[in-house]
Design a protein. Structure first.
Length: 342
């Protein structure tokens, strides 16, 4: 056999081995995907039409189950999320954090660059089409939409990576989805603390939640090592402190109570929070029946229950607990995070 013939045979053998290796890798990957999709709690979902407009009660969330729809927004029936998960509908829209109300959604997204990722807040209409987007100066953390859909808010970490520590800084922004007017940071608001004007270079805000009137909101203010519940007024651009040791507030549907996470004595420094509800009329706190540390901004699923995320096998699972301190916590939906009830 000539040298050219030997080279031809060698190249053919190399190509054949490469084809076999490629096929083996693809086959193994496909089998892994099928195994992941079939794992308990990680069922497959299907692509379909999803609307954010009012209709039959639905739960929209970021899908964490392994498979082609991981990280996409998906929806299930609100009255039977576990039973309806295998018929969940995925949207094709990927969000790190999400919230929606009255046909308006806010989707905090990662934008992959050549050298580094950046982040943006995308306002979505009822058909999940982009209306506008805004640069987010750090890692997205919280997102909310006002009950009318008029305003959207988000929080991002701009230093550090956890609320549990002290080495972090946040930016909380509010946008008027009708006009596009953006308040890039609540640090531009005037602060009234303990009845007096207050200024400090270490002020941080996070965890906005809106009232029904499209004027007022609540949020967390941190300064000098303490956190406070503040009531904000978008007309006067002021925030006023109301109660101490409140983080990630969530206003009840009737506007009378605030659900929040509170740091408790004796807890681990890495898991310091417990869920509480504050009565705004009496300022009386009620500890909820969730013994674990919750690092989330809880959502009111109805007037008497809260939904929130805890770490799970796929990244996070959703749990629910009564808002009056009775009962016990139970898992609501596996492989899900960032819930919104429509």
């Amino acid at each position: 056999m000539t040298n050219r013939g030997r080279l031809t045979v060698l190249m053919a053998a190399v190509l054949a081995l490469a084809a076999v290796a490629t096929a083996a890798v693809l086959h193994a990957s496909a089998r892994a995907d099928r195994r992941n999709e079939a794992r308990p709690g990680g069922p497959a979902v299907t692509t379909g039409k999803v609307l954010l407009s009012p209709g039959a009660p639905r739960l929209v969330f970021r899908n964490m189950a392994w498979g082609p729809h991981r990280d996409e927004l998906a929806t299930v029936r609100a009255d039977a999320p576990d039973g309806g998960r295998r018929t969940a509908t995925a949207t094709g829209v990927k969000c790190l954090r999400f919230y929606a109300s009255a046909g308006t959604g806010i989707c905090l997204q990662s934008v992959h660059g050549t050298l580094t990722d950046t982040y943006r807040a995308t306002v979505l209409d009822a058909r999940l089409h982009e209306k506008a987007h805004y640069a987010v100066p750090g890692i997205p953390s919280r997102a909310r939409v006002s009950p009318s859909g008029r305003y959207a808010a988000w929080t991002a970490f701009v230093g550090g990576d956890s609320y549990a520590g002290t080495d972090f800084s946040t930016r909380a922004a509010i946008v008027d989805t009708a006009t596009g007017e953006l308040t890039p940071t609540l640090e531009s608001y005037r602060i009234i603390k303990d009845g007096r004007a207050y200024r400090s270079a270490d002020v941080n805000f996070w965890g906005v939640t809106f009232a029904q009137d499209d004027r007022h909101f609540y949020a967390t203010l941190a300064t000098k090592g303490s956190t406070y519940l503040v009531r904000g007024d978008m007309a006067t651009r002021t925030v006023t402190t109301l109660h101490r040791n409140v983080e990630c507030p969530s206003l009840s549907p009737d506007g009378t109570r605030i659900a929040y996470k509170k740091r408790v004595r004796g807890a681990s420094a890495d898991a310091p929070w417990r869920l509480y509800v504050l009565d705004l009329a009496t300022m009386r706190e009620t500890a909820l029946a969730e013994p674990r540390s919750v690092d989330d901004q809880a959502v009111w699923s109805d007037a008497g229950h809260l939904t929130y995320a805890l770490p799970g096998d796929y990244g996070a699972d959703l749990y629910t607990v009564p808002a009056d301190g009775t009962g016990s916590a139970r898992r609501l939906l596996t492989a899900a995070v960032s819930p919104a009830y429509l």
